[in-house]
Design a protein around this ligand. Structure first.
Ligand code: MRU
Length: 343
């Protein structure tokens, strides 16, 4: 179904994104611990992909326990749910997918075919994500004009989803439709999702791009080199406040200052309709050592303190519109998100 995530020999095989773009290393996940570790350590990342991997992880976890104990209890289900849910707190797709899996599990608790049912639901979540990405990419590509120069941050491409991509999906679709475009990719310190992953993808699709250090955004905008910004999202509240990779807020502020349209591309599975606004979105804080090291190398003294918030919140006023599989969501967001996404 996708080259970076597929089932094979009773295992989930995923591409280890920490190794890209230099090596395409596949890793196999089977035990619940394998899944939790792959998400926490960012072998797999990106909100939609985290959701899909956790759905498969849930199915593998339930299968493992049923085979070992010969039966399944409600506390077992809760333990598996919580282990996966705690892996990365900001991505809403994780909870969205796990809730669907838990519901299915509770409905068929006594059923012998429960593991197969769960695998089949995980596969549907995966397939649905690819379909939705392609639909939103089609909508989004209509917003791209010939000659556009687009800035994107982090990686919201095929690698971050079940397949095809959201923000990069829009760019990819526009390229497929032979639109003339150029992309600036922020390197996205400290994990370099931009320089390593978005660049790897755009290179594959033959899109003209340049990587820029994160601190170049102001100058590029001031010089008129950016016509549009398109980013993905990890969680969107009911009023449109959006959690995405750290640095997104700064880019949105800058775009707003220069009257540059700022688009958020994401599937409806990223909208957390339980949240009135972005103030209660939990921001993941990662180990500061990831800021002062690059792979196995220290870039400064390892005795120095460092801080690493993985996401920030862009207030909805700075967002021009949302590109989703249900259509383009314009302002007023509160009303239009409720109408188009409302679950
Ligand atoms: O820390 P990451 O790499 O998981 O963060 C990813 C992002 O912030 C993406 O922009 C977001 O998840 C959307 S991916 C379609």
């Amino acid at each position: 179904m996708s080259n970076h995530i597929f089932l094979q020999d009773e295992r989930l095989v995923v591409l280890d994104q920490r190794e890209l773009p230099f090596r395409e290393v596949l890793i196999s996940l089977k035990s619940l611990e394998d899944f939790v570790k792959a998400i926490k350590k960012m072998a797999v990342r990106g909100a939609p992909l985290i959701g899909i991997v956790s759905a498969y992880g849930f199915a593998f976890g339930i299968k493992e326990i049923t085979e070992r104990k010969g039966r399944l209890t409600a506390p077992d289900v809760e333990r598996i749910y919580m282990k996966l849910a705690k892996s990365r707190p900001t991505a809403f797709n994780l909870f969205w997918a796990l809730d669907r899996m838990r519901k299915e599990c509770e409905k068929h608790m006594e059923d012998k075919s429960l593991p197969e049912r769960l695998f089949s639901l995980a596969r549907s979540i995966h397939e649905e994500d690819i379909r939705n990405n392609m639909t939103l990419a089609e909508f989004g590509s209509n917003l791209i004009e010939d000659g556009d120069t687009i800035l994107t941050h982090c990686n919201a491409g095929e690698l971050a989803t079940g397949g095809y991509g959201t923000a990069l999906g829009v760019i990819r679709r526009a390229k497929e439709k032979n639109k003339e475009l150029k992309v600036f990719i922020t390197e996205t310190r400290p994990f370099f999702q931009g320089a390593r992953l978005s660049a790897y993808e755009l290179h594959k699709y033959g899109v003209d791009f340049e990587i820029v250090p994160d601190n170049h955004v102001g100058l590029l905008m001031e010089r008129g080199l950016i016509k549009k910004v398109i980013v993905g999202a990890d969680r969107v509240a009911r009023n449109g406040d959006t959690a995405n990779k750290i640095g997104t807020y700064m880019i949105a502020l800058c775009a707003n200052n220069h009257s540059i349209p700022f688009f958020v591309a994401c599937c409806s599975s990223t909208f957390d309709m339980s949240l009135k606004d972005g103030s209660s979105i939990e921001i993941e804080e990662r180990d500061g050592r990831e800021v002062i090291s690059m792979g196995k190398k220290w870039i400064t003294s390892k005795s120095y303190k460092a801080r690493y918030y993985a996401f920030d919140i862009t207030p909805s006023q700075l967002i021009s519109s949302f590109i989703t599989e249900k259509g383009i969501i314009e302002k007023p967001f509160e009303e239009n998100i409720e109408r188009l996404i409302g679950r």
